[in-house]
Design a protein around this ligand. Structure first.
Ligand code: AVJ
Length: 313
């Protein structure tokens, strides 16, 4: 039998693979250790980072209509649970939800957030599931009378390439059949606004990106000059995405255990994609995965949109 591999071993394996490949890239999920999660919470408060506050305002304003789409007795599944702040704005309007199932790989964080939500919603059945929602997972069985509905806020889907987004949406269409999906997307907009959102003047996004290397030092004993890398974030217009990279200021070597990795000056480790969508473009992507388009809710500036997608029967 295979031994389960620890989070640290998984990070080590993925970082070695990333540093050995060309171009070098690693999953953004490694941003979110305790320090990284705290930095992300700070990003959400930044004046330049509009997505969180724009989406929260949409949930405040239209939560009742969204709850109407979700319907009574629903089993509500949140993909990738953060602080579970946004879902409250749906729960406040839902009629007799059957259960709330937050799914996240970070077990400790998920259980703490679930316990806190439980204190605020004492009548609600909360069934946290510690799992990577991009991999096959087993949701609790649903009742005959209710539907299963997915909630995927934050434009987290933007971390996926369109091909990966399709894989996720196909999986979701199956497990949500008969129900639907409420999903947040960040809209294509003026590049200067996007650029500012990922290059804040307080340097929090830079610290968030650089924390990946700090984490490699803390957890894996990686050796390198911490001032040798810069935060780089830019809008890739043809691919409609923000890319974040860690860019080497000069020729240098990173050592992890026995292995050395050489960086040329200017060479990067690609750490994140954040894809931006038009409403039509995203609905077309989802339609290819079996969802039909329903109501959409956007702010006045069309910076962010929540969409209802009806899952197949
Ligand atoms: C959590 C993936 C939605 O892409 O905007 C914020 C992460 N990265 N600033 C995003 C992030 C840099 C965020 N998502």
């Amino acid at each position: 039998m295979n031994m389960p591999i620890s989070a640290r071993q998984q990070f080590a394996a993925d970082l070695h693979a990333a540093l050995s490949s060309r171009p070098r890239n690693i999953s953004p999920k490694y941003f979110y250790d305790e320090i990284g999660s705290r930095l992300f919470e700070q990003i959400c408060e930044l004046p330049e980072y509009y997505p969180t506050r724009t989406e929260l305002a949409l949930l405040q304003k239209y939560g009742r209509e969204m709850a109407e789409c979700i319907g009574p007795h629903a089993q509500l599944v949140e993909y990738g649970a953060g602080a579970l702040r946004k879902v409250r704005l749906l729960l406040d309007h839902l009629r007799e939800p059957e259960a709330f199932v937050p799914v996240d790989i970070s077990g400790a964080h998920l259980l703490a957030a679930s316990a806190e939500l439980g204190r605020a919603y004492p009548g609600l059945k909360i069934a946290p599931l510690v799992a990577d929602f991009t991999q096959p997972h087993d949701l609790p069985p649903r009742r005959e009378s209710g539907r299963r509905v997915g909630f995927f806020p934050g434009s987290s889907i933007g971390n996926f390439t369109p091909a990966e987004a399709r894989d996720f949406l196909r999986m979701a269409a199956q497990e949500l059949r008969g129900g639907g999906l409420l999903i947040g997307i960040d809209r294509i907009k003026e590049p200067a606004l996007l650029h500012a959102a990922y290059n804040d003047s307080a340097g929090v996004t830079a610290a968030f990106n650089l924390n990946l290397l700090e984490r490699a030092r803390r957890e894996l004993g990686a050796e390198f000059d911490p001032d040798g890398f810069l935060h780089s974030a830019f809008y890739n217009a043809p691919l409609q995405r923000i890319e974040m990279h860690l860019q080497s200021r000069r020729a240098q070597t990173i050592r992890i255990g026995e292995t050395s990795y050489d960086f040329a000056g200017g060479e990067t480790l690609h750490t994140e994609n954040s894809h931006k969508y038009s409403v039509d473009g995203f609905q077309a992507l989802a339609a290819g995965c079996g969802f039909s388009a329903g109501p959409v809710w956007s702010d006045e500036r069309d910076w962010f949109t929540l969409l209802w997608l009806q899952a197949p029967d």
